[in-house]
Design a protein around this ligand. Structure first.
Ligand SMILES: *Cc1c(COP(=O)(O)O)cnc(C)c1O
Length: 356
């Protein structure tokens, strides 16, 4: 049975991506070799990384003056690379979840960190409002989508300093106003490719302004100069990313991706809000993530949570168990998830409610 994959990450990839990756593992670009065993310096792989880079620029409408990099180390490595390269004395961060707070912890190793607001005391169930970036901050860092808690900032914030954003779990779901940013990064394993590569998009003229020495591998300029080939890049994830990017372009780009994402999320939130048995953990609709939908059973039905997960798995629904720090359920509706899967989940919720 085809599964309905709601895992939070690594997560569902398009059928197009999986099929083309599988084929290239057997025979890559008619070389008679597997993509697993070719040199990253071969002309066939150079074509892959060039096209993938060009498609990222095209789909995200990235203007001149930014570099697109394919790096190792996950989004978590960016938590340290960002301050290494951009934080001289002081930066501002907003604490909206575990990943945001991990980024703050790393930044503190490099300079003063002004935390403009935090919703930690409310287990990150909302996005703080009405905060201000401190005077003299060199940049403002935020996490656009809080994968674990199901909250999201979908509108580029208005702040008086350049911005940096961790878009690991909602990149390719909306337009970005690049005039406000000096860097955006995303681990690939949510909306792009298998784990192992991280997309980093950095503004060239924002680099080179810190006083410290930067180790070669952690200096964005190294990777810009060498076209992400200073050392061996993650060849297979980049190949898969290219397939996803081709698929995104074919679908109609950001506008169509966002339309689909909004439609899927609306369908599920509507079912949750109209349910007798379930309730959302994020109550302000403005803060609700369209990528990760977190919900629980109302107190009077709490003891049925485990049974609901089993009920779902009988219908081929996998990956809806909530993160341990939230509990309940989390349905991740990444770009590759078809709306049919959301309909199957909604149907399961209704049938389960009927059963009890
Ligand atoms: C998954 C995730 C991360 C961690 O990514 P790694 O590649 O595992 O380091 C960081 N930030 C956000 C928003 C995420 O969703």
């Amino acid at each position: 049975m085809k599964k309905h994959n709601f895992y939070a990450g690594p997560s569902i990839l398009s059928e197009y991506t999986i099929k083309n990756t599988a084929e290239a593992i057997l025979n890559f670009a008619d070389t008679g070799l597997s993509v697993l065993e070719v040199s990253h310096r071969s002309k066939e792989f150079q074509a892959v990384i060039d096209e993938a880079t060009a498609l990222v620029k095209e789909i995200l409408e990235i203007p001149e003056g930014f570099s697109v990099l394919w790096l190792g180390g996950g989004a978590s490595m960016q938590f340290c690379m960002i301050p290494y390269n951009f934080l001289n004395r002081k930066a501002s961060y907003i604490d909206t979840g575990t990943w945001a707070s991990n980024a703050i912890k790393e930044a503190r190793l490099f300079g003063e960190v002004d935390v403009v607001a935090s919703s930690k005391d409310a287990n990150y169930t909302f996005i703080p409002k009405g905060w201000k970036v401190a005077e003299g901050s060199e940049y403002f860092h935020y996490t656009s989508n809080n994968t674990i808690y199901g909250t999201e900032i979908r509108v580029d914030p208005e702040v008086p300093v350049p911005m940096i954003c961790d878009m690991s779990s909602d990149i390719f779901s909306r337009r970005i106003d690049w005039s406000k940013y000096i860097a955006v990064y995303a681990g690939a394993q949510k909306n792009l490719a298998p784990a192992g590569v991280t997309l980093a998009i950095v503004r060239d003229d924002a680099l080179g302004h810190v006083d410290r020495q930067i180790p070669t591998m952690l200096d964005y300029r190294t990777h810009i100069k060498k076209g992400s080939m200073f050392n061996t890049p993650p060849v297979l994830p980049i190949f898969s990313a290219l397939q996803t990017l081709r698929y995104y372009k074919q679908l109609g780009g950001l506008e169509e991706l966002e339309r689909r994402d909004l439609e899927k999320a609306a369908l599920l939130y509507d079912a949750i809000d109209n349910s007798r048995m379930f309730e959302g953990t994020v109550t302000d609709p403005a803060d609700r993530s369209i990528m990760n939908v977190c919900f629980v059973m109302k107190p009077e039905y709490k003891d049925l949570e485990k049974e609901f997960i089993d009920f779902c798995s009988e219908r081929g629904i996998v990956g809806i168990k909530g993160h341990r720090s939230v509990g309940g359920f989390r349905a991740s509706l990444y770009n590759a998830l078809p709306i049919e899967s959301v309909k199957v989940l909604v149907e399961a919720m209704k049938d389960f409610e009927y059963k009890h």
